[in-house]
Structure formats: structure tokens, C-alpha cells
Design a protein around this ligand. Structure first.
Ligand code: SER
Length: 336
């Protein structure tokens, strides 16, 4: 990817910060965009930062010649339930504007711009706990009935990406069809970084609990102990984004892929935290709305398509995640 010109929206978020570091290390020319100024972790990198509202400022991006777009900017699941109209504007309108720009540039300059989109396990929706337990590891095309604004937005944006990538204006029917955006999406599980703490999401209880335990702060977990969804180490999430970016198009049998790593219950997270930090004070105080959201998400996902098509395999299972990534890094971070 050396010398590719790359746009990363939502660059100040958790995935954004880690991705921008990885892209800079690969030698890509990176333009970042976010509502916020760049955080400390990426401020010193040689990137050009465009600060401001994505939807209002998308015209600015037409002046750039991007090879790859990582469109990470989003309002996450918990926040989107509270401010649903705003979430729709950010999540759907922002994606639509960038897809239109990619389609315009792909056609005008005969160039297949890669459009990499982080979707989510929120795209799934199980009607109740029994269905969730019985479903096991769900495949991409099952249970596409999200219960949240965020999940609806993500699922619809996957469809929009496929539309702009294949069918926009029915141009695929032309004798010489023009270039279209090369849309690729990953449905991420809950992500855990040792360096940043998430906000506005529902899988946040995992990382919040672990960071609180490491800092010796009490934590009241907002879901029940038996709650189970899939999680992944942030370095694996970045690895997946880069692997999917690099995969030859002809190897990809689909546009949207599950990826998985490990799926502990909240009780298991607590046990891990107590083992590492015996004085951790972790209690459970379920919030019915947030509980409802995770109860609608699958316990785990089937990532066999990603494994078969682009060689996906996580580096961190649950043991390696704690022993080789999270605990050593978090001890350094909080100096314990
Ligand atoms: N981590 C996200 C959230 O909780 C799911 O994609 O909203």
C-alpha cells in the first residue's frame, strides 16, 4: 500500500487512532477527518487533518485523489438510541455522501477506489435470549433484523455500499461499464484496546470493566453477568482492515464479512479482571435498555468466509489477549 493516498474518517475514535498509526507505519499518505482535533496518540504523525462535520464538508474531499477510504465516523449503538435522528444523519447521510463521491471519482478517473466500511454485530437482531442461545455462531446472511438505530444504519449502509459498488445508475448494464467503488465491509465484534476506552457503544462494558479494574476504580457493569457477545483485541481489528484492503478482489466471494476471536460472558471478564487485579471492585447493575441491545446481538459469529477468502485468522485468542496484549500494555499505561 506504499504511497497510497488514504482517507480515514472518524480518525480520532478508537479504531481510527490505531488504524492511522498502522497506515503511517506502512508509508501511506493519510488524510484524517473528524469533528475533534487529532489526539496526542497520532498528532505527531505526518497526516493532514480536516476537522469538522463530515456531512457538511464532504465537498472538500472531492479535491483529493484517494485510493482508499476508511469510513469509520459513526454514532455508536447506545448514543444512537438516544439521539436517533442525529445518528441517522451521521451514519447514513455521511456514508451516502462519501459513496457518491467515490462513485463519481471512480467513473471520472477510471479508478477503482477501495471503500472500506466497519459494520458491526449490531447488524444482527435476535428476538429473545432463547433464539440468541440457540443460534450459536451466526452467518452473515442470518438474523439481519437489527433492533437498534445503529444496527439499522450499518445494515443499510452495507446495502448502499453494494449498490454503489455494483449497480449505481444500472451502469453495470452498459457495454463498457465504468469503474465503480470497490466496497468491502467487516462486521466487527466488540473491540478492546489497552490504550483507549470506548464511548457511546454497548459493548463498552467489556473494556470499561477491564480499564476500571486496572486503575483500581469500582465498576458497576450495565449488563448481567451471563451476557455473552464476541470481542476482539484492537490489533486484530486493524490487522483485519488491512488484510481485507489488500485482498485481491477476485478472491472475495462477498462484500460483507464477519470476523471473530473470542466470546466471553461478562462474568468471565470479571473473573479475568479479578485474577489480574485481586482488589478489583466489579458489581452488576443491569440497565434494561442497554441489556436489551446486547441480548439482541449474537453470542458469536461464523467467520469462515473471511478465513476462506482472505486468510483471516486472529492473532489473539482469549488467553493471548490477556497475557500477551492487554495486561502487559495496561500495566505500562497505568504504571502498575
Ligand atoms: N461496539 C459497537 C457498539 O457497542 C458495536 O459495533 O455500539
Amino acid at each position: 500500500m506504499t504511497q497510497s493516498s488514504v482517507l480515514v474518517t472518524g480518525a480520532c475514535g478508537e479504531i481510527g487512532q490505531a488504524l492511522v498509526q498502522a497506515l503511517a507505519a506502512r508509508g501511506a499518505r493519510v488524510v484524517t477527518a473528524d469533528l475533534a482535533p487529532l489526539p496526542e496518540s497520532i498528532r505527531a504523525l505526518p497526516v493532514e487533518h480536516l476537522q469538522g462535520d463530515l456531512v457538511n464538508r464532504v465537498k472538500q474531499f472531492y479535491d483529493y485523489d484517494f485510493d482508499i477510504i476508511y469510513h469509520l465516523a459513526a454514532s455508536l449503538s447506545a448514543k444512537a438510541e438516544i439521539a436517533s435522528e442525529e445518528a441517522h444523519r451521521i451514519n447514513v447521510e455521511g456514508t451516502m455522501q462519501l459513496l457518491m463521491m467515490s462513485a463519481y471519482r471512480a467513473e471520472k478517473y477510471s479508478k477503482p477506489i477501495k471503500f472500506i466500511f466497519p459494520s458491526s454485530i449490531a447488524a444482527y437482531g435476535m428476538p429473545n435470549i432463547t433464539a440468541k442461545k440457540n443460534a450459536g455462531r451466526v452467518k452473515e446472511d442470518d438474523w439481519n433484523t437489527p433492533h437498534t438505530m445503529y444496527g439499522c444504519n450499518k445494515l443499510y449502509c452495507e446495502k448502499l455500499g453494494i449498490y454503489y459498488g455494483q449497480f449505481f445508475g444500472q451502469k453495470h448494464l452498459d457495454a463498457n461499464p465504468p469503474f465503480m467503488p470497490d466496497f468491502r465491509a467487516i462486521r466487527f465484534p466488540g473491540l478492546i484496546s489497552a490504550f483507549t476506552v470506548p464511548s457511546g457503544g454497548t459493548s463498552d462494558y467489556g473494556p470499561e470493566m477491564l480499564h476500571a479494574a486496572a486503575q483500581g476504580k469500582p465498576y458497576a457493569c450495565f449488563v448481567r453477568g451471563d451476557t455473552k457477545i464476541s470481542f476482539m483485541a484492537m490489533p486484530d481489528a486493524i490487522k483485519a482492515l488491512l488484510m481485507l484492503t489488500d485482498a485481491p478482489r477476485e478472491k472475495l466471494s462477498r462484500q460483507v464479512y464477519n470476523i471473530a476471536a473470542f466470546a466471553p460472558s461478562a462474568d468471565e471478564f470479571r473473573a479475568r479482571a479479578l485474577k489480574a487485579f485481586p482488589n478489583a471492585d466489579i458489581t452488576f447493575a443491569p440497565n434494561p435498555r442497554r441489556q436489551g441491545i446486547v441480548d439482541s446481538w449474537p453470542e458469536d459469529v461464523d467467520d469462515s468466509s473471511a478465513r476462506a477468502d482472505w486468510g483471516w485468522k486472529p492473532d489473539y485468542d482469549e488467553d493471548k489477549f490477556f497475557d500477551e496484549y492487554f495486561l502487559p500494555e495496561i500495566r505500562r499505561k497505568y504504571e502498575i
